[in-house]
Design a binder for this molecule. Sequence first.
Ligand code: PLP
Length: 496
Amino acid sequence: MPTMPPATLDPEDWDQLRQQGHRMLDDMLDYLQTLRERPVWQPAPASARAAFQQPLPVHGSALADAHSTFMRQILPYAVGNAHPGFFGWVHGGGTPVGMLAEMLAAGLNANVGGRDQIPVEVERQITRWMAQLFGFPDTAGGLFVTGTSTANFIALLVARVGKLGVAVRAEGLADNAAAGKLVAYTSAGAHGCIAQAMELAGFGSAALRKIPMNAQFQLDAALLEQAIAADLAQGLQPFFIAATVGSVDVGAIDDLPRLAAIARRHQLWLHVDGAYGALAMLSPELAPLLNGIELADSLAFDFHKWGQVPYDAGFILVRDGELQRQTFAAPAAYLRRDTRGMGAGSPWPCDFGPDLSRGFRALKTWFTLQVYGTEKLGQVIAETCALARYLEQRVAALAQLELLAPVALNIVCFRYRHHGADAEIDRFNAELVADLQESGVAAPSLTTIAGQVAIRAAIVNHRSGRADIDAMLAALLALAEARIAAAPAPSMTHLT
Ligand SMILES: *Cc1c(COP(=O)(O)O)cnc(C)c1O
């Protein structure tokens, strides 16, 4: 009697799968080894987009075919942050070690929401390491999340329970007289996810005061004190300060000891958004710049930026781990805790944040720390700052270019000097960055500094070196000259 093959998703022929798997691994190692031979980024052709406008497949096809589609239609058209010429936004470069660890984690397919398993211990190990690194107590709570946007949001939710009590979880904010008066503070240079966290947490972004920055692009502490005094005079209740370590535009670090003193005086929660900057702590040379971070009530940061861990690997560290647990933990019959069996080991990661099912982000982070060590990772971070200073010097020495902000860490904001009205100069620089991105040589991004469009080079990738900075500047100058030469007389210029 013929029988149907069992409906499993495992292969019939493991040897064939193994060979295919080895080819896939080799292709990705080749990719990382030969990154420099590729463009940083290239616009995707219509054929690549068309490959992903197909009907839902009813019948499967060979793994080798899907791999081939990946190699031809996906890999060449990613944003390119693994490439040493990538200086856009603040993206980490990833590492081969992180990639291999991701493969192991995917194979294990651990759900790290909880239960009695060593993957949870790996995450706890990272939490203890981070508590030590940042001078938090052993009782601090820690949790992997997607990124700092979520980590900032979690911090605000914990602060909300700290301020209003656990009852706010059930009662909400609508009828809470105190809630309507709560106000928070951050820098005008803070990341947009701080305002979003205020919206999501139910306070509304109108309850967030964006305090202007000083000449170093730090939150101006004197203006913060004035704002707090004004709010108190209005009968409002200040409760939360979100400081920044490594601001998204220019890499500025807020004056943490001063902000901590203000927070203490008024009994405010001090949160630090250290998305990329916090890991400067790994460099003995840079760590003093973060003085005061140990005074924070909570700290959000990403391993996927300066930590070079593959996406995604955000982290939230909360001084009062018990308060963090009280913010999220909820009894559920199907999540029953025990002292033996798989239900042991409580509290679980799911008690410290909104996610129940969670991947094993801790593994690629543990591998990265274990294999490279903090000394090497710290060196890599310090090196990106040295490269930023090199770029700063080169920009200062080139008559065509001008710096738009002081270089605090690893971000350099500058622009091409061009004739014409402000809007014209802005447009010229924006076009220049697009030219540069399309050239495939280098990829800085754009931002606005004091109302002026700036070319922003954020040096995050451990692979970047002086030659990559030089290549970016050479291409930038050549593209600018070509653009100027091609343009009609200034009065008729159309830089569309
Ligand atoms: C990148 C960044 C964020 C957002 O982090 P995600 O990991 O992208 O969610 C927040 N704040 C700052 C200062 C950042 O640089």
